[in-house]
Design a protein around this ligand. Structure first.
Ligand code: ADP
Ligand code: MG
Length: 213
């Protein structure tokens, strides 16, 4: 389980544009659940998610996984953490638009020594196996986000971190994507931690909300 102890993140340290994006944040994540981070634009949600995903290090304080410091300078531990423990989903999907749906998920599968059947299984989980040979660029926003979820899911990580995953979607599609997350959480006991600025949507689906100011 992940714990943050007095975590701060300062950008551009000792420069005229120095900026403290997070100050002294401490909390403990539950072992499993739908956990939402809410807060206004600029409050530090993306910064926090990047720290949780091992994409960036705090300026001070510690993040720990099961009481072990998440130290990105320890390459083996950092690689293991990013590769097996966490999966990432982004607001703008980050798909390769000129590749097929299958290939977009297969790129992640190859890094993990998974095969074509694993890719198809992950696509089934998000209801997109029939679109495997469509070009990612031709899909709707909701379908693209589902491909991105399948790409994160193929790792079967402990936690999927999603940065505003429904912000670019219409309300109905946003709801469907949230229901995908709920199903993945229940079925595989994968925690879902997502940044969201719609408080209503957050309260509807969350087990826990962490608000940042
Ligand atoms: P949110 O996701 O809640 O909108 P962010 O974590 O993206 O917030 O940003 C928090 C604050 O940190 C913002 O004021 C933003 O301008 C600043 N910030 C984010 N990333 C950087 C960076 N790489 N360099 C400098 N400032 C940054
Ligand atoms: Mg953000």
């Amino acid at each position: 389980m992940i714990k943050l102890d007095k975590v701060s993140k300062v950008y551009n340290i000792n420069k005229p544009n120095e900026f403290a994006a997070l100050k002294n944040i401490s909390f403990e994540l539950p072992d499993n659940g739908m956990i939402f981070i809410t807060g206004k634009s600029g409050s530090g949600k993306t910064t926090l998610l990047n720290l949780l995903g091992g994409l960036d290090s705090p300026t001070s304080g510690e993040l720990c996984l099961d009481d072990k410091k998440i130290d990105l300078k320890k390459r083996k531990f950092a690689d293991e953490y990013r590769r097996n423990y966490t999966g990432f989903v982004f607001q703008d999907f980050n798909l390769i638009e000129y590749e097929t749906v299958f290939e977009n998920v297969n790129i992640a599968a190859r890094l993990l020594d998974k095969n074509a059947d694993d890719v198809t299984d992950a696509l089934k989980q998000v209801g997109l196996d029939k679109f495997a040979h469509s070009l990612a660029g031709n899909l709707s926003g909701g379908q693209k986000q589902r491909v991105a979820i399948a790409r994160a899911l193929i790792k079967y990580p402990k936690i999927i971190l999603a940065d505003e995953p429904v912000a670019s979607l219409d309300p109905i599609t946003a709801k469907q994507v949230m229901q995908d997350f709920v199903r993945i959480n229940k079925e595989y006991k994968i925690s879902i931690l997502l940044n969201i600025h719609h408080v209503d949507l957050a309260l509807k689906y969350c087990d826990r909300v962490i608000g940042i100011r």
